[in-house]
Write a protein that binds this ligand. Structure first.
Ligand code: MF3
Ligand code: CO
Length: 257
């Protein structure tokens, strides 16, 4: 069932989203060659506590996972697409880092992600283009999330940008409704036919999250840890995500500082 949110509830998700954005900005600032993803996780955990929020990730245990999720961040490096567990392996200059993060504040969740190149990006023009295209795909999806449009319009907009640039995508992964729970209905596809699917009404709150990778073939594998999803061809992947609300006036991004 899809639950529409009241304006007051959207403001509550926006408050959670501000915390998410602030902590992600601090993680971006800290990420550098020699820093361990586990240290980024600890930084985020401290800031969650300081904000009076709760991690939406730690302890999360979907049916397909081997156990409860151990971190507060997902840190996916290079060929890891999503769900990377923050490791103690130091980041290196030129690593493509994707960070996914959600908190609950006062019972409401917000979810966001970004990608960046660690250190000096001069040798990573291809990675910068992959990240910029992923961000453009996210923006296209947000722009399509107008009241009266349909979910297929969102997936179509994302897919056009990603496929138009020749990138691969994780076909069976996408975004989701967000509210009291991190994952609610409806599913938000990253590729779809326009003028199909759920009607977008004011009060609908969704996370839009394109995941693109440099290899054109859509093929993935789960890491031995049971969480991390990697590209089968070893190509690098990027991820960008915002939680947004559909309002009478158009989409409103809730995961901004
Ligand atoms: N934000 C991620 C998503 O929407 C959820 C990560 S699940 C976790 O897919 F368990 F790794 F936290
Ligand atoms: Co999400």
């Amino acid at each position: 069932m899809i639950e529409l949110k009241t304006p007051g509830e959207i403001d509550a998700i926006d408050a959670a989203g501000s915390v998410v954005a602030r902590i992600l900005a601090a993680v971006r600032e800290r990420a550098a060659p020699g820093v361990r993803p586990s240290e980024l996780d600890a930084l985020a955990a401290d800031m969650i506590a300081e904000a009076g929020a709760v991690s939406s990730f730690r302890g999360y245990h979907p049916r397909w996972a081997p156990g409860p999720y151990p971190g507060v961040l997902c840190v996916s490096v290079n060929d890891a697409v999503v769900h990377g567990i923050p490791s103690r392996t130091k980041l290196r200059d030129g690593d493509l880092l994707s960070v996914d993060f959600a908190v609950h504040l006062d019972g409401w969740c917000a979810d966001a992600a970004f990608s960046m190149v660690v250190g000096s990006a001069s040798s990573a023009a291809g990675d910068e283009k992959l990240i910029a295209t992923t961000e453009a795909a996210l923006q296209a999806g947000i722009d399509a999330a107008q009241p009266g449009a349909q979910m297929g319009d969102v997936g179509h907009a994302i897919g056009q940008v990603a496929r138009g640039a020749g990138y691969g995508m994780l076909a069976d992964h996408g975004g989701h409704g967000v509210g009291r729970s991190m994952h609610e209905e409806p599913h938000v596809p990253n590729e779809a036919k326009p003028r199909r699917g759920v009607r977008l009404r004011p009060g609908l709150v969704i996370a839009i999250e394109p995941m693109l990778h440099a290899g054109g073939r859509d093929s993935y594998r789960h890491d031995r840890d049971g969480w991390t999803i990697r590209t089968a061809d070893g190509s690098r992947a990027a991820h960008a995500e915002h939680t947004i609300a559909i309002t009478e006036n158009g989409p409103r991004i809730l995961t901004l500082p």
